[in-house]
Unconditional design. Structure first.
Length: 286
């Protein structure tokens, strides 16, 4: 059984020589990988969790680094680490993958150009020098990263991300002192202005309605005014009933005195309508 490792490279910005940049990024990513620790006793294999044992790094014996070369005018001119504009006008391309021990791991050539043996040997010598320089930079960066991680700090890309920006992953915590909260609250209350003794009174626009303040009129009724209106309506109804009784008595006496006159029957069954005059409304008071 083996560990299966998959390496994905996402290109954010291409400005030429992408193979060299991708090889450096891939090697550094593999150096950062930590796999779970494993113990084997006979036929029993135990895989430990990170809480039980610290994960262990991969066994990377050497770092193959790619170095790219561009040729112009049928190999007359040689350029190391070409840019995107230089790649667009080059005649041929050569990539050499080598470790710091000057061991060639891979080689690729492209373009319509034939290279001589002396040109390839010259490129390999240049690649050996470049690979040693790049390997030293990678190892130094890994050592600094491991040292800072043990101290609980940040290094590299994580260090460049500010905490106090809205695009950051987290915001820095701010300490709040809550020791003298009650004393501070009492001090604020004593310094504050006392509340005003002016209370808003209800504004009576019409009977049965009232308003508090100068806003929209509210349609809640005044209890005393409503009782007065009900008593007034009851008095008006009692007066109307007494008036109807008197009228009916008058009609009966008139019918008795005029027995000889013919009686005219009417189809309508409606009684006489008595119009009650409305009472004078009180003026608005504020």
């Amino acid at each position: 059984q083996v560990w299966q490792i998959r390496l994905d490279l996402h290109l954010l910005n291409h400005d030429g020589n992408i193979i060299d940049a991708a090889s450096i990024a891939g090697i550094v990513a593999l150096c950062h990988v930590r796999r779970p620790d494993v113990s084997v006793q006979g036929q029993e294999v135990t895989v430990y969790t990170p809480e039980e044992r610290d994960p262990v790094p991969l066994n990377i014996h050497h770092m193959p680094i790619c170095v790219s070369f561009a040729f112009f005018q049928q190999g007359t001119y040689l350029l190391v680490d070409p840019s995107e504009r230089e790649e667009s006008v080059m005649d041929g391309f050569l990539v050499i993958a080598m470790n710091k021990h000057s061991e060639i791991c891979a080689m690729q050539t492209s373009g319509g150009i034939m290279l001589l043996m002396d040109q390839i040997l010259r490129c390999s010598k240049i690649a050996a020098v470049k690979v040693v320089e790049i390997t030293e930079l990678i190892q130094k960066a890994l050592e600094n990263d491991q040292k800072v991680r043990k101290e609980g700090g940040k290094f590299g890309f994580a260090e460049s991300i500010p905490d106090q920006k809205i695009t950051a992953f987290k915001m820095g915590s701010t300490a709040v002192d809550t020791n003298n909260v009650e004393e501070q609250a009492e001090e604020i209350i004593t310094k504050a202005d006392p509340p005003s003794d002016v209370f808003t009174k209800a504004i009576l626009h019409t009977p049965g309605t009232a308003q508090i303040g100068e806003g929209i009129e509210n349609s809640w009724g005044d209890l005393e005014e409503s009782e007065k209106e009900e008593s007034a309506e009851e008095e008006a109804e009692s007066e109307a009933t007494t008036f109807e009784k008197i009228e009916t008595e008058d009609t009966t006496t008139m019918s008795e005195t005029k027995k000889d006159e013919p009686i005219v029957l009417s189809d309508s069954e409606e009684e006489e309508v008595v119009i009650l005059e409305p009472q004078a409304l009180p003026q608005r008071t504020r």
